[in-house]
Design a protein around this ligand. Structure first.
Ligand SMILES: Nc1nc2c(ncn2[C@@H]2O[C@H](COP(=O)(O)OP(=O)(O)OP(=O)(O)O)[C@@H](O)[C@H]2O)c(=O)[nH]1
Ligand SMILES: [Mg+2]
Length: 425
């Protein structure tokens, strides 16, 4: 087993914490300085080849009570590339190697310190940009682990009843035993279906929503994007056809992360570059969670929008109107009229599209796939009248469910989960 190291703090700070994990950790530390007693932070000079590398705060976490479950050493070094490079070189010379992305978490998983749902939740928490994402990572993941433990226990009991059904001859068993078993499978199947229905909302919250502004040239799209972003992101000018490429910005709508995109004005054009911009605008619109279709006062004409996408019609340049038309959201990005109302409508839409009804949430494709496979195996079990064959389907369900937490570890699942982590996790 190798001894690995990586920084566990971001670059650019006054301090970089470097974690060393594996069987040689304490020996390596002993060659740089006198190791302090376990779990006691001590200030030490790190000396290698008679050179002082840094004055660092050093802590030793003996196995198994460490992040990875192996012996760990944490060095709080002074920030900066040179210190980190010098200490890294010394660690390599003493037998350690740089950790792969996600390798600390993977080791923690292998040592039973984390299950896969917890590891994914840690990654999500580190990546969370908004309050709703933070809550999904903390509360959603806890609720999902509880639900998962509950499903596994229910399935274990169902499988035990099923075994009993096979082991005892027909005449010994009252008929309601089988009826109860089938009802139990159906109830569990239903609970999984409810969870699967909420999955798109949870995954949209994890990844962020995609809102796209579409409309004719000069309708005030770029001005609207800048006003909603609160910064000058896109170029605004009185010349129609100013925006050519799509311009995106991340905004936070009441805790939900939204990627807001400004696009080229939609019109017939002979200009090849503008035509490509319009093609991109339509493509972005077609895959959006919401298209904000804009048209400018005083004569608003909306451009054709992609079919099958949720639409919000907004009339811009309200300051050029005497009386706003009824039934339309009317805003002026220039004077601010109607902007609060628009923000409110957008926030409510974002909240609705990411609403998991407070339930435990499957936010990753991997999790959804495990639960879908489990539900499919249960559906097959329900359609099965031969107890032996039903037993097969139930075992397949248990296997698929086991992969959700990693209780049944399959190498490629582990690679997929931990490969998406960054170095130092
Ligand atoms: N009076 C008024 N003018 C506006 C408003 N919003 C934008 N404008 C003006 O309308 C013109 C076009 O604005 P843009 O935001 O560049 O419009 P666009 O839809 O992005 O245009 P293209 O990129 O060419 O498609 C500019 O001169 C803006 O100053 C508004 O609320 N009121
Ligand atoms: Mg523009």
């Amino acid at each position: 087993m190798s001894t690995i190291f990586a920084p566990i703090t971001g670059r650019g700070g006054a301090v970089t914490v470097l974690r060393l994990s594996g069987p040689l950790s304490v020996d390596i530390l002993a060659q740089l300085t006198k190791p302090p007693p376990p779990r006691r932070a001590a200030l030490r000079d790190l000396v290698f080849c008679s050179r002082v590398l840094d004055h660092a705060l050093v802590t030793v976490f003996p196995a198994p009570n460490s992040f990875t479950g192996d012996d760990c050493v944490e060095l709080s070094l002074h920030g900066g590339r040179a210190v980190f490079a010098a200490v890294s070189d010394a660690l390599v010379a003493l037998g350690a190697r740089p950790a792969e992305p996600g390798e600390f978490s993977r080791t923690a998983f292998a040592n039973g310190r984390l299950d896969l749902l917890q590891a994914e939740a840690v990654a999500d928490l580190i990546a969370a940009e908004t309050e709703a994402q933070r809550r999904l990572a903390v509360e959603g993941a806890d609720a999902l682990r509880d639900a998962c433990a509950d499903w596994r226990e229910t399935l274990r009991q169902i499988i035990a009843q099923q075994e009993a059904l096979i082991d005892f001859p027909d005449e010994d068993l009252p008929p309601e035993v089988e009826a109860r078993l089938v009802a139990g499978i159906a109830a569990l199947h239903n609970r999984l279906l409810v969870m699967l229905r909420n999955a798109p909302a949870a995954s949209r919250l994890r990844e962020g929503l995609d809102f796209v502004i579409l409309g004719p040239p000069n309708a005030g799209k770029s001005t609207l994007l800048n006003a909603l972003a609160g910064e000058d992101v896109a170029i605004v000018s009185a010349t129609p056809g100013t925006t050519r490429d799509t311009v995106g910005v991340r905004i936070d709508l009441a805790g939900v992360p939204v990627h807001l995109t400004d696009t080229a004005g939609l019109r017939e054009t002979a200009d090849a570059v503008e035509a490509e911009g319009i093609r991109r605008a339509q493509a972005r619109g077609a895959s959006a969670d919401l298209v904000i279709a804009v048209a400018a006062a005083p004569n608003p004409v909306f451009a054709a929008t992609p079919p099958g996408v949720e639409l919000l019609h907004v009339i811009t340049k309200a300051d050029l109107l005497e009386t706003p038309p009824l039934g339309f959201l009317t805003v002026s990005a220039q004077t601010g009229t109607g902007m609060d109302k628009l923000r409110g409508v957008l926030s409510r839409t974002a909240a609705r599209l990411t609403d998991t009804a407070g339930a435990a949430a499957l936010s990753r494709p991997r999790q959804t796939a495990c639960v879908r496979e489990t539900a499919e195996a249960l559906a097959r079990a329900l359609a099965q009248h031969e107890p032996e064959l039903r037993g097969e389907d139930l075992r397949a369900a248990a296997h698929a469910l086991g992969r959700l937490t990693g209780a049944i570890g399959v190498e490629e699942v582990l690679d997929a989960v931990f490969g998406g982590f960054c170095i130092g996790k």
